[in-house]
Design a protein around this ligand. Structure first.
Ligand SMILES: Nc1ncnc2c1ncn2[C@@H]1O[C@H](COP(=O)(O)OP(=O)(O)OP(=O)(O)O)[C@@H](O)[C@H]1O
Length: 259
């Protein structure tokens, strides 16, 4: 299958007056088209730095990133970024928020606006298209943010803890919606999360990062039985619990919860 993302020997050093921090050291991996991977690891291991480099927001000190065989030098509509906060504009309707990414990218046409309305429908949000963000729940707002990200038809989605501000039930529903939507559209995705359970339930592969210097400590392939299930069902499987314990031990069992 074709390679969607190639991260080659990426190293990032932050230099301040006080110190130089090796935030990432020689990170190398490849993702196939349609693959969903997660990065987990303690605070400060370089997760946000890595996403910023892949998004083209930060040039790496060393190494390179290609998305669909094109070198990443600056942000592009090929890469969609979804964050913990939805960053919807309170004065714009849901439909106008959903098409905002298209507008900013200069891609707003009748056709692309229609596509964002269709995505709103897929996410069960069409009845709310004329509402304002304050009239929606946190989970609904994150769904609008997902529509906004998908409307520009990115080839790669970067998901930086997009569910961490939601209650547990909403989080599970959104995990399922995101996995099913991305699988159906064959989108490649990179999720950053502190939640081991979420990473196992959603991914094909998990990279565990370690800090000082930020590096890949271990990689886990997710068993087929888990990948075949939707996230809620995946959590019931014995393979899920075995893997959870294995990754938990990798962390020393501290500071990381299933919820
Ligand atoms: N702009 C910056 N200037 C200097 N040091 C930085 C800068 N940004 C990040 N760092 C340092 O680089 C390392 C990695 O930071 P990064 O934010 O990528 O980690 P993270 O894994 O995303 O952390 P968290 O889970 O807390 O968000 C940390 O030691 C951090 O202090």
């Amino acid at each position: 299958m074709e390679t969607a993302v190639r991260v080659q020997d990426v190293t990032q050093v932050y230099v301040t007056e006080e110190r130089a921090t090796l935030a990432l050291q020689n990170i190398t991996f490849e993702l196939k088209k349609g693959e969903f991977v997660s990065f987990i690891g303690p605070s400060g291991c370089g997760k946000t730095t890595l996403l910023s480099i892949i998004a083209g927001l930060l040039p790496p000190t060393k190494g390179e990133v290609t998305v669909s065989n094109q070198l990443v030098r600056s942000p592009s509509t090929k890469v969609g970024y979804m964050l913990q906060q939805d960053y919807l504009f309170p004065w714009r309707t849901i439909a106008d928020n959903a098409s905002m990414g298209l507008e900013i990218a200069g891609m707003l046409t009748n056709e692309s606006r229609q596509r964002s309305l269709y995505l709103l429908e897929e996410m069960g949000l069409l009845p709310f298209k004329d509402y304002y963000p304050a009239q929606l729940s946190g989970g609904m707002r994150q769904r609008v943010a997902l529509v906004r990200t998908l409307a520009a038809e990115p080839e790669l989605l970067l998901l930086d803890e997009p569910f961490s501000a939601l209650d547990y039930q909403t989080k599970l529903q959104l995990e399922e919606l995101v996995v099913e939507t991305l699988r159906a559209k064959q989108k490649t995705a990179i999720l950053v999360t502190h939640d081991i359970g979420e990473a196992i339930a959603m991914s094909d592969r998990i990279f565990v990062l370690a800090p000082n210097p930020g590096r890949v400590r271990q990689t886990f392939e997710i068993p087929a039985a888990i990948r075949a299930a939707v996230p809620l069902e995946a959590r019931e499987l014995p393979q899920f619990h075995r893997l959870f314990r294995e990754i938990w031990q990798e962390f020393g069992g501290a500071g990381h919860g299933e919820s």
